[in-house]
Design a protein. Structure first.
Length: 97
């Protein structure tokens, strides 16, 4: 027996996230945090102590001052790549500590 309002799962999830936009934002924030280690690789992840997101700012705690200086010089490119990974313009700034 066929349901009259049957729809694909992807469409149902899209409708759900449209109705609950705060969940969409939280999901994008988590993708940005997870994207840090995925995009920058094992070498940078080794020196990364903590990564968290607060009010459109990604906070990254590093154990290497040299790496911190290098990442500060490439901050704009990192923001662009993280936003692409998160599939939303969620990261406005990165603070390296």
């Amino acid at each position: 027996m066929l349901k009259k309002n049957a729809q694909p799962l992807s469409e149902a999830l899209s409708d759900f996230f449209d109705e609950h936009s705060s969940l969409r934002v939280k999901l994008a924030e988590q993708r940005a945090v997870r994207g840090w280690s995925e995009l920058l690789g094992e070498g940078v992840s080794q020196y990364t102590r903590n990564v968290y997101f607060s009010q459109h700012v990604l906070y990254v705690q590093l154990s290497s001052a040299v790496l911190r200086a290098e990442l500060i010089m490439n901050k704009e490119e990192l923001i662009k790549k993280l936003n692409e990974h998160a599939e939303a313009p969620i990261v406005r700034d990165i603070v390296f500590r």
